[in-house]
Design a protein around this ligand. Structure first.
Ligand code: SF4
Ligand code: SF4
Length: 377
């Protein structure tokens, strides 16, 4: 296993982190339960092979993840780093923060949490909840009492909000010590901010870059990008993440022992991308996007559509299908989009407004018709 300095936290973190959001489950009386025996086996294997960072949250796995993780690590609790998260409920105040923390400690069966995150925050929750309701101070107090060792946040917003969060917390006298955010070969929006916070001394963890999710599907992407023999997509995804010198750890939500074994193998491999290869890969990726027949930049100028067709979203899903070759995954994304009420070409009123506003001069209607049909097959 490869290890990295985890920002300036003083910890060394394994390059592979264990995301505990996809534990195996079984069904009984119409309810899902975590399969503890399998979890124990997977976690023990990961620990014995060098994984030392385990990331859970109160609502993962039908709220069963924390307890399952606590059970699985009880014999080596002090040799690993546990990360969990505080739900952000409006009006929770310092008491609410404390209640969430105590509940997580109980479920995990531990007297301290190594990295306690403000969960899934954005500029709004940071300003209106964390600052306004004194949660930074609540975190600092919990840290002084030894209940948490490091104050962290996980993030879902425009990257520009990250700097605001980190700098404002520091001005208030509470240092954020690590950040968990979305980052992978297909979604590099947070790259600049990962560099910024890492330079400020925060540890950096990427969520969802390997295993499960969209990069788990087999594809010839690597061969297409480099001209070299193809490697497994999870391997490419993982190597790309850790080719970024500012990223300390890539989390994988592992579902079975096979996935744990495969990821550990990649994370223990010394053939990481060089900085140069990493740059080249990123550039090649952008080029592939540009030369695809339908190059939607996602600028959203075509929005709003009078019947609320989310054109950039549908074209983004098409990119997964057409450019990255993740066909099944793209179809799943489209099904999700429709299930959540998303409108498609079938709803188009042919007003043509979108095409007048598109700076790429895309034949939006023609393309929408084609891609909606293929993605719905
Ligand atoms: S042409 Fe169709 S997709 Fe474009 S704005 Fe009008 S209704 Fe929306
Ligand atoms: S305006 Fe054109 S390029 Fe921009 S999001 Fe809409 S379709 Fe894509």
């Amino acid at each position: 296993m490869n290890y990295r300095e985890f920002g300036k936290t003083g910890e060394k973190i394994s390059a592979l982190g264990f995301g505990c959001m996809r534990f195996p489950e079984y069904k009984k009386d119409e309810k899902n339960y975590v399969d503890q025996d399998k979890v124990d086996e997977m976690i023990a294997y990961a620990y014995e092979n060098g994984v030392n960072y385990f990331d859970t949250a109160p609502y993962y796995c039908n709220s069963g993840s924390e307890a399952a993780l606590g059970h699985a690590v009880k014999n080596f609790r002090d040799k690993i780093l546990i990360s969990t998260k505080c739900p952000m409920d409006k009006g929770m105040g310092q008491d609410g923060y404390r209640k969430h923390l105590e509940r997580s400690l109980t479920r995990l069966g531990t007297d301290h949490i190594d990295f306690y995150h403000f969960w899934g925050i954005n500029r709004g929750t940071f300003n209106d909840l964390i600052l306004a309701e004194g949660l930074l101070e609540a975190a600092q107090k919990a840290k002084e009492e030894g209940l948490i060792r490091h104050i962290s946040f996980s993030f879902h917003d425009h990257p520009s909000a990250i700097q605001h969060i980190v700098d404002t917390a520091e001005e208030r006298g509470v240092k954020m010590e690590s950040m968990l955010c979305q980052y992978n070969l297909l979604d590099r929006a947070n790259e600049e901010m990962i560099r910024y916070v890492n330079e400020k001394g925060l540890g950096t963890v990427a969520m969802g870059p390997v295993g499960g999710g969209r990069l788990a599907a087999p594809t010839d992407l690597y061969a297409k990008l480099t001209g070299k023999a193809s490697i497994a997509t999870y391997e490419l995804a993982f190597k790309f993440c850790l080719g970024n010198p500012n990223l300390n750890c890539a989390l994988s939500g592992m579902q079975n022992l096979d996935m744990v074994q495969k990821n550990i193998k990649v994370a223990s491999d010394d053939t990481a991308f060089s900085a140069e290869e990493w740059e080249q890969l990123g550039v090649a990726m952008e080029e592939i996007k540009k030369f695809s027949e339908l190059y939607c930049t996602g600028c959203k100028y075509c929005q709003p559509c009078p019947v609320e067709i989310n054109i950039p979203r549908i074209f983004e899903i098409w990119t997964y299908y057409n450019v990255y070759g993740l066909k099944d995954h793209a179809k799943n994304m489209m099904r999700d989009y429709i299930r959540h009420g998303g409108k498609t070409f079938a709803d188009c009123k042919q007003c043509g407004l979108c095409e007048k506003k598109c700076p790429q001069h895309l034949a939006i209607r023609e393309n929408l018709e084609k891609v909606c049909k293929i993605l719905a097959e």
